[in-house]
Ligand binder design. Structure first.
Ligand SMILES: NC(=O)c1ccc[n+]([C@@H]2O[C@H](COP(=O)([O-])OP(=O)(O)OC[C@H]3O[C@@H](n4cnc5c(N)ncnc54)[C@H](OP(=O)(O)O)[C@@H]3O)[C@@H](O)[C@H]2O)c1
Length: 403
């Protein structure tokens, strides 16, 4: 296939935008020109001459010589405006914006078909880990039973530090913010939203369902205590934030984001700090494990470059699993075993435990381990954050242990 000469219009010159710039400059054999960079803040000092920049998005969107838009801004709604305008005017787009892709997934897929253009977003799911194209191409005919992983570097960094240093969550979060590993408004990461958006994108390519993220239960790590980490450590586990999607029968899937106990014999146990990991469990290939940096300008920039390169060969996602139409249903009627640390006995009743295998109560700490229905967790989702509880998927019982 011939390679189209790329003239790129870049939106955003922050962590990933500058990372991409560096990665492109180091890839000598790769012919692509960044024609123009659109940014927002007129007062910011830039490390390259101002003649490269514009503050008007139309300088890129209306330039017929630009054949690829690379969108790397941190404002999802404006990103959607930019991306949809570009696609509608026949320009291919590469983006890293998981919030935008996950919340407008179906619409963006339809736009690609309608306007015969390509939107690639590998960096939006696993940052440097090439998972989307793998799901599209490698797992084309494979019966994928499940996929789980660590998809958020900030939470993994905090949990790793808590495990290694036996310090409180708030203390480590503050330090992570000071070092620039966590955002000043960290809810997107620590409450599990980011992991959920990535899971929804992965689900589209793994199973062909474009889920509304609101339909998917997520629970993050902002209530985790030293007691929880110590409990896990004593039992030989680490706690990781693990999004999961898997089949419940031949035509149905379920998915959720929950902290999970991981024992030392599992792949994810050694995925620490800002690293991400993804495990696929398939009928023939069995278990496969992908690992790599889950954040950072250069690591993410490398995935963006890979999409730019794929684009130059005319690559488009075919959404093969959607076309096959094998999976047609999504369910939250799914039982799983959880550890629930709590203060108030009344809170336990809310969870509707169906079986209890362990119960512990002392003056300061209490926990129960038993089977709950995901439906109940979903019903409780708005109350959970404000309660003095912490939930961890034990990974035993209903879901096969595989990580
Ligand atoms: N950071 C990571 O490790 C990582 C990993 C995977 C995916 N991502 C995704 O990549 C995207 C960019 O993240 P980032 O970390 O690079 O963000 P960032 O460092 O905060 O940079 C954001 C950039 O977007 C520009 N911008 C914001 N609003 C704009 C607008 N309306 N028009 C033009 N430019 C605008 C900013 O302009 P100014 O320079 O003028 O402020 C800045 O250059 C996000 O969607 C993020 O979720 C990031």
């Amino acid at each position: 296939m011939t390679r189209e000469k790329l003239r790129i219009g870049l939106f955003g010159y922050g962590c990933v935008g500058q990372g991409l710039h560096d990665v492109l400059n180091s890839s000598k054999g790769f012919k692509a020109d960044i024609v123009r960079i659109c940014v927002k803040d007129r007062s910011k000092k830039r490390r390259i001459p101002m003649s490269n920049f514009t503050f008007d998005k139309n300088d890129i969107l209306n330039d017929p010589s630009i054949n690829l838009v690379v969108e790397l801004i941190d404002d999802a709604e404006e990103a959607f405006n930019i991306v949809s305008t570009a696609l509608k005017s026949g320009k291919n787009v590469v983006t890293a914006n998981k919030l935008m892709v996950a919340t407008h997934f179906r619409e963006l897929v339809e736009m690609q078909w309608k306007y015969k253009v390509s939107l690639l977003y590998e960096a939006s799911a696993g940052a440097s880990i090439p998972i989307i194209r793998n799901l599209e191409e490698y797992y084309d005919n494979e019966l994928l039973h499940s996929l789980r992983g660590i998809l958020n570097g900030t939470t993994n960094y905090i949990l790793t530090k808590m495990y290694n240093e036996d310090r409180e969550y708030a203390d480590i979060l503050k330090e992570a913010q000071e070092k620039g590993f966590a955002e000043s408004k960290p809810a997107l990461d620590v409450d599990g939203w980011d992991a959920k958006y990535k899971l929804c994108i992965i689900t589209g390519h793994a199973y062909g369902l474009f889920l509304n993220p609101d339909e998917v239960f997520h629970y993050g790590i902002s209530n985790v205590s030293r007691f929880d980490i110590r409990y896990a450590k004593e039992k030989g586990y680490k706690i990781k934030l693990v999004p999961y999607v898997g089949k419940t029968d031949d035509t149905t899937i379920t998915s959720f984001v929950l902290p999970r106990f991981i024992s030392a014999d599992k792949y994810l146990y050694n995925v620490d700090n800002e690293y991400n990991g993804v495990i696929t469990q398939a009928a023939f290939a069995d278990k496969q494990f992908f690992s790599g940096k889950g954040a950072g300008g250069h690591a993410t920039g490398s995935a963006v470059l890979s999409d730019i390169s794929a684009n130059s060969y005319g690559y488009k996602y075919e959404y093969k699993k959607f076309q096959q139409g094998t999976i047609t249903k999504y369910t939250r009627d799914f039982k799983l075993e959880v550890y629930l640390r709590y203060k108030d006995e009344k809170d336990v009743e809310l969870f509707g435990f169906e079986e209890v295998s362990e119960y512990f109560s002392s003056k300061f700490d209490k926990y129960v381990i038993g089977v709950v229905n995901l439906k109940n967790l979903y019903e409780l989702r708005e109350q959970l954050q404000s309660k003095d509880v912490f939930i961890v998927n034990t990974g035993r019982k209903v879901i096969e242990t595989g990580t």
